[in-house]
Design a protein around this ligand. Structure first.
Ligand code: KDO
Length: 343
């Protein structure tokens, strides 16, 4: 009898320990640390995934114990593009948001998704950390309940084809099934390049290239390497058609829970993270061609001017440009690095 009682007691003790262990994250929250879940389709090791660790470490340094930053990669928490809606609903605190996602809700910002508009990472910073960026930040907060904290250079997008093909001008991409992310703005870019765009989430691209469901995809060189696209493609065509960026962002629901001091620390950490990303990505973009060549890929140079004029004309004559605010195109073109005021 005593024997059975002992067993019941030790079983109860075991159950209690399990319950205590499972409850640990909530206990941390209850004791004052705020959970910041970050969702992204980025693959481990890519610089915009690594920068999230820098964000976390910086907050641990400047605000010890105040935040519990949880990083979810590979689109495991939310699908690519679903992040802004989840942030608005209060299911997600942070994400890396693209201008293509923003343009779904603020059509005039399709201007920032146009190919051959932003010229370089420096120009990108000049635009988004300058006067234009301040307007963008307030409009996005107003419409989407999201605060853009920093802009990270995702890289310059290049074409990456499954089978070798001679590509000099957009006409050479006729009929090429080019995977682009699944939104109107992305699909239009594929069309403007002369290809037949097909929508697909980032995390499905490797398999689609392997099995031949698509003929190619476009991404910056560091992402092509980290996602191992070189294993399933034969060629990179250096079109340099989009100087791409992502905004490390926080939901208004989370933002308004922070004290002013915490908000400043979050912005500073987001800036530091983006700087880390940019530095590594820019260096990699300079060095990676040799890596791809040694992996057996052919690197080819198209007639970039032919692509530029085709793409720019497509945008200027599109439905999108009808929504572009008067004068914004000229202001973007005129933005210079020196003029970027640090927020
Ligand atoms: C992609 O799906 O090709 C893309 O590069 C689009 C970006 O906006 C961003 O979502 C990125 O994927 C992911 O972070 C994966 O690198």
């Amino acid at each position: 009898m005593i024997h059975i009682k002992d067993r019941i007691l030790s079983l109860a003790f075991l159950l209690l320990s399990i319950v205590f262990l499972l409850a640990a994250p909530e206990q941390a929250q209850a004791s004052g640390s705020m959970v910041l879940k970050i969702s992204t389709p980025a693959v481990p090791g890519d610089w915009h995934a690594e920068m999230l660790k820098v964000f976390r470490e910086e907050l641990e340094r400047t605000a010890p114990g105040e935040f519990d930053v949880q990083i979810y990669l590979n689109g495991t928490l939310f699908n690519q593009g679903a992040e802004p809606a989840q942030m608005k609903r209060g299911n997600l605190e942070m994400a890396l948001v693209s201008m293509q996602d923003i343009a779904k809700q603020i059509p005039e910002y399709s201007i920032f998704t146009a190919g051959y508009l932003i010229r370089s990472p420096e120009h990108q910073k000049a635009v988004f950390y300058g006067e234009i960026g301040q307007e963008v930040v307030s409009r996005v907060t107003e419409v989407m309940d999201i605060h853009l904290l920093s802009v990270a250079y995702l890289g310059t997008r290049q074409l990456n084809l499954r089978k070798f093909r001679l590509v000099k001008t957009p006409a050479d991409l006729k009929g090429v099934k080019l995977r682009m992310p699944g939104s109107k703005a992305w699909q239009f870019l594929g069309e403007a390049l002369g290809a037949s765009p097909t929508p697909m989430a980032f995390n499905e691209v490797y398999l689609a290239l392997k099995t031949g469901t698509i003929d190619g995809q476009d991404n910056p060189l560091p992402t092509n390497q980290k996602a191992k696209f070189h294993e399933v493609t034969e060629q990179i065509v250096l079109t340099s058609h989009l100087v791409d960026g992502l905004f490390l962002s926080i939901s208004d629901k989370a933002w308004t829970k922070l004290s002013l001091g915490q908000q400043q620390k979050v912005v500073a950490a987001a800036r530091k993270a983006a700087d880390f990303n940019d530095e590594n990505r820019i260096r990699d973009e300079k060095n990676l061609l040799d890596f791809f060549r040694s992996a057996g890929l052919k690197i080819t140079e198209p007639d970039v001017e032919a692509f530029r004029s085709h793409v720019q004309n497509a945008y200027l004559n599109s439905e999108f440009s009808k929504d572009w605010p008067e004068g914004l195109l000229n202001r973007i073109n005129a933005a210079e690095s020196g003029a970027a005021s640090r927020r």
